[in-house]
Design a protein. Sequence first.
Length: 239
Amino acid sequence: MIPVERKYDESMEYPLDVFDKAWELGLVNSHIPEDCGGLGLHSLEGVIIGEEMAYGCTGMMTAIEANSLAQAPLIVAGNDALKKKYLGKMTEEPLQAAYCVTEPQAGSDVAGTKTHAKKVGDKWVLNGNKMWITNGGAPRVDWYFVMAKTDESANAGSAFTGFIVDANSPGITKGKKEINMGQRCSDTRAIFFEDVEIPDENRVGDVGFGFKVAMKAFDFTRPPVAAGAVGLSRRALDE
C-alpha cells in the first residue's frame, strides 16, 4: 500500500489492484461467517486489520473496509438464504458492496431518512436518494444495503426497513465521484433510486426493524474507524 499511496491519492483512482491483493490474502470480508465461505473473524481481529491497513493508507483502508459495513446488516439480521446468496458471492470473487443509509439531509440523524419503499404485490418499489456512499461507484460494486422508510406514520424505531438491492437494478443512477479532502482514492458518491423493484426475499429482517438493524451494524463497524485513526497516527509519529 505504501509504495502506491501517493499515486492513488493524486489520481483519485479506485485502488483495484490493492483491493484484489487484500482479497486474496483474506483481509477483505473477514467477518463473513464460515458457513458462507468466510473466515468468521470477530471485532478484535477486525480492528487489528483496520489499524494496520490504515498505517499504509487510510484511503485504501476505507475502500476495503466499506465491504464490511455493507455486509454487517446481513450478518446481524439476514436470513440464511439471503446471507449465503449475497455474502457467499463476496468470497467467490473480489466484489464490492456499499452501505446506503446517509442522505443529503440525514447524516448523523439517520432517523431523518426520506428514501421510501412501498409494498406492491410480492415486491417493494424504492424511491429516493442516498449521499456520500462509500463504494457507491466502485468498479465491481455488486449490491447495496439500503435503509428505506416503509411506514410514514410510525416512529423512527418502527418506520424503516432494510433491503439488499442489486447494483444493476433498473432505476439506479450513480452520481459523480465526490472529491474528498483526504482518502481521495475511496469512491464516494450519491446514489439515486427511481421506481427500483426489490423482491420481498431481499428484505433484511422484519418490516419496521431497519433502524435497529442499521444501528447494530454501526456497533459492529465503528470500532475499525477508530482503529484506522490509530494506524494513521502511528504512521505520522513514525515519519
